[in-house]
Write a new protein. Structure first.
Length: 92
């Protein structure tokens, strides 16, 4: 996350005042990356979603991180868990 935020300082300024409906702010999302930066045993993106609303509230940051990790076209493809074949049939 630090790399993305350093590359676009306006991103931090635009997100730092936001909170999810459950009260999670940007600081909580990037804390793990700041606490563990440069740790040789921890290979992370430097951010976590504090709740399910973080992906929408902090979409500009999470989209950049996801693209950095999985490639530019990844956001155009549906997530595997969202494909109909990934949804188990219910036995009734």
């Amino acid at each position: 996350a630090a790399t993305v935020l350093r590359a676009d300082p306006g991103l931090y300024d635009g997100l730092r005042g936001r909170r999810t409906p459950l009260g999670v702010g940007l600081a909580k999302c990037i804390k793990t990356g700041m606490d563990n930066r440069c740790h040789p045993m921890i290979k992370t993106l430097g951010a976590v979603a504090g709740d399910e609303h973080c992906y929408e509230t902090f979409r500009p940051l999470f989209d950049c991180l996801i693209k950095e990790r999985h490639g530019a076209g990844c956001l155009d493809r549906p997530h595997a868990a969202c494909l109909p074949s990934a949804i188990p049939a219910l036995d009734m």
